[in-house]
Design a protein around this ligand. Structure first.
Ligand SMILES: Nc1ncnc2c1ncn2[C@@H]1O[C@H](COP(=O)(O)OP(=O)(O)OP(=O)(O)O)[C@@H](O)[C@H]1O
Ligand SMILES: [Mg+2]
Length: 293
């Protein structure tokens, strides 16, 4: 990427009106601008027990229906965990609970050994270093690739700081690294709306990566992708593993096979089986829930 192109991107960002920026930031934060006012010290993450995420006995009911039923799960730092399970198993609800979108009726959810996620808002949880990718790409279509990434970097800093945002060499360096990681370094000046579905998904992952999350939650990231895009996404996730912890929910078994270490099978809101893919696929209870319904 040339410095000229970087400058072009920065100039276009600077040209955004403040009101427009506020609106974009509010959209990105789900309209909870107030939650961004408070900075949280992500350095405080305590990994001494070898777990970055810990759920114990978590339950949630919707109108008497137990969507999550005494779910316990833990994730190691740098791990890439795949979660599979039939429709309605509770996979998305589990992510909603981790990210503070849904509050469980019972149980504990800890980030590291000491951060009780149930005491934090959705915005605070994002600032603590948990990034979430929803199934549908939610990039700003009218902005360029570069502008989307820079906006994500600013948004993470909170509204007040984002309006005073000044580019720095460190930020430029981070944006360059992320552009290469998501293989969009040749498309930085393209409008996001003109990207392929797969590229939009990568851009959205890039928008999470510029915020340096320690844990990334990805819900059906390859849905709607071509086979080639799916393969490239598998390579991307394998590169991210180790630097970040990843929880990947997917129905695409070829994709799971390409990235899997430990696979957790969710069913009826609880863990049905867990282990290497070959082991869980041979488990009669897993075969039953996939084929017996
Ligand atoms: N906000 C809600 N209100 C009522 N019921 C809900 C709510 N959210 C989820 N559910 C129900 O909880 C169950 C689990 O849903 P969830 O979306 O977590 O499943 P999933 O494993 O992600 O399924 P899929 O593979 O289809 O995405 C479903 O029966 C769903 O209808
Ligand atoms: Mg789901």
């Amino acid at each position: 990427m040339t410095p000229e192109l970087m400058d072009q991107g920065a100039q276009r960002i600077a040209a955004l009106q403040e009101a427009q920026m506020r609106q974009a930031l509010q959209t990105a934060s789900g309209g909870r601008e107030a939650g961004f006012g408070r900075r949280i010290d992500a350095e405080a993450l305590d990994l001494t027990h070898g777990r970055i995420l810990y759920l114990e006995d978590v339950s949630v009911s919707f109108d008497g229906f137990k969507a999550i039923n005494r779910l316990s799960l833990d994730i190691a730092p740098g791990e890439l965990r795949c979660i599979i399970g039939p429709n309605g198993a509770g996979k998305t609800t589990m992510m909603d609970i981790i990210t503070g979108k849904t509050r469980p009726d019972a149980g504990s959810v800890f980030f590291g050994s000491t951060i009780d996620l149930l005491r934090h808002t959705e915005a605070e949880i994002a600032q603590l270093g948990i990034g979430r990718k929803f199934q549908k790409p939610t990039v700003f279509e009218q902005l360029t690739v570069f502008e989307n990434l820079e906006l994500a970097l600013k948004t993470h800093k909170g509204v007040a700081q984002s309006l005073r945002y000044r580019r720095s060499a460190a930020h430029d360096q981070r944006l360059c690294e992320v552009l290469e990681t998501i293989a969009l370094q040749d498309s930085l000046a393209r409008q996001a709306g003109k990207l392929s579905h797969g590229q939009k998904q990568w851009l959205e992952i890039g928008m999470l990566l510029v915020q340096d999350p320690q844990l990334l939650l990805l819900d059906e990231p390859v849905a709607g992708m071509t086979d080639q895009e799916t393969e490239r996404t598998a390579e991307l996730f394998l590169r991210l593993k180790g630097q970040h912890s990843l929880i990947v929910v997917e129905h695409d078994m070829a994709f799971i096979k390409a990235i899997a270490e430990t696979v957790t099978v969710l069913c009826d809101g609880a863990v049905l089986a867990q282990g290497p893919l070959s082991k869980v696929q041979a488990d009669p209870r897993v075969i039953e829930v996939y084929l017996g319904r």
